[in-house]
Design a protein around this ligand. Structure first.
Ligand code: NAP
Length: 242
C-alpha cells in the first residue's frame, strides 16, 4: 500500500477555482483522487488542469448552509474547507458587514459544512477533513479583525471536532499557510513596504506558492496521517519559528 495515495477516494475542495484551493485540487488528483472542484463560480481552469479526474460543483457560502445536502447525495471521503475571504480596515472603523461576511464564509460555513460531512461519514467510520487556517490562527495581524477572529475559530473548531470524532474514524486537521502568492495577498504584495517587511521575516527567503500547500493537504487526506488528529500544521517557510 502507498500510504500517500488517494486512489479510490473522492475529495471535495471548496473555493477550488483559484489560488490555494486550485493547487489542492490538482495535488489531490495527482495523488489519485477523484476531485469535486466546488466554487461560487465555474472552476473551468482547475478542471482543465485536472482532466478526467475532476468535475465541478456550485457552492456559494453567501449561504453558510449551502453544503447541507451535498454529502447525503453521494459518497465523499475527503473534505477540504478552503473557501475564505478577507476584509481590511482599521479596527476602530471596522463595519458590521465586514465582520458578518467574513465570519459567515470563513467560520460558520466551515463548521456547518464539516457537520454535514460528518453526518454522512461517521456512520461509515472513515473520513478526512482538512481545514484551511492561517498564521492569524496564532497571531493577531493588523487591520483584519474578522479574519483573525474567524481563523482563530477555525483552529479551535478543528480541535473540537477532532476531539469528538477521532475515535470514530474521522480525522480533522488544519493547515496554516504562511504568506502565499494568491488573490488573498494581492494588496500586501502591491505595497512595497509591507511586502519587503514580510519577505525579510520569512526564513525560507521567499513567499509561499499554492503548490506548497497542496502536498500538505494530500498528506492530511491520505492514510499516512491516520494518527494525526486536531493538528494545525503551519506551512509558512519558517515564519512562526522566528
Ligand atoms: P483566493 O485566491 O482569494 O481564494 C479564495 C477562494 O475562496 C476563492 O476560490 C474564492 O472564490 C472562494 N470564496 C470566496 N467567497 C466564497 C463564497 N461565498 N463561496 C464560495 N467560495 C468563496 O485566496 P487563497 O489565498 O487561495 O485563499 C484560500 C484559503 O487560504 C482561504 O481560506 C484563506 O483565508 C487561506 N489563507 C491564505 C493565505 C495566503 O497567504 N494566500 C494565508 C493563510 C490562509 P472567488 O474566486 O469566486 O472569489
Amino acid at each position: 500500500m502507498n500510504a500517500f495515495s488517494l486512489a479510490g477516494q473522492t475529495a471535495l475542495v471548496t473555493g477550488a477555482n483559484t489560488g490555494i484551493g486550485q493547487a489542492i485540487a490538482v495535488a489531490m488528483a495527482q495523488a489519485g483522487a477523484q476531485v469535486i472542484a466546488a466554487g461560487r463560480r465555474d472552476c473551468d481552469e482547475t478542471l482543465a488542469l485536472i482532466g478526467d479526474k475532476g468535475r465541478g460543483m456550485r457552492l456559494d457560502f453567501a449561504d453558510p448552509m449551502a453544503a447541507r445536502d451535498v454529502f447525503a447525495a453521494e459518497r465523499i471521503d475527503i473534505l477540504v474547507n478552503n473557501a475564505g475571504i478577507i476584509r481590511r480596515a482599521d479596527a476602530v472603523d471596522f463595519t458590521e458587514s465586514d465582520w458578518d461576511d467574513v465570519i459567515d464564509v470563513n467560520l460558520k460555513a466551515l463548521f456547518f459544512t464539516c457537520q454535514a460531512f460528518a453526518r454522512a461519514a461517521l456512520p461509515r467510520g472513515q473520513g478526512k477533513i482538512v481545514n484551511i487556517a492561517s498564521l492569524l490562527s496564532f497571531q493577531g495581524g493588523i487591520r483584519v479583525p474578522s479574519y483573525t477572529a474567524s481563523k482563530h475559530g477555525v483552529a479551535g473548531l478543528t480541535r473540537l471536532m477532532a476531539n469528538e470524532w477521532a475515535a470514530r474514524g474521522l480525522n480533522v486537521n488544519a493547515i496554516a499557510p504562511g504568506y502565499i502568492e494568491t488573490n488573498n495577498t494581492e494588496a500586501l504584495r502591491a505595497d512595497p513596504a509591507r511586502s519587503g517587511a514580510i519577505l525579510d521575516r520569512i526564513p525560507a527567503g521567499r513567499w509561499g506558492r499554492p503548490e506548497d500547500i497542496g502536498q500538505t493537504a494530500v498528506f492530511l487526506a491520505a492514510p499516512a496521517s491516520d494518527y494525526v488528529n486536531g493538528a494545525v500544521i503551519n506551512v509558512d517557510g519558517g515564519w512562526l519559528a522566528r
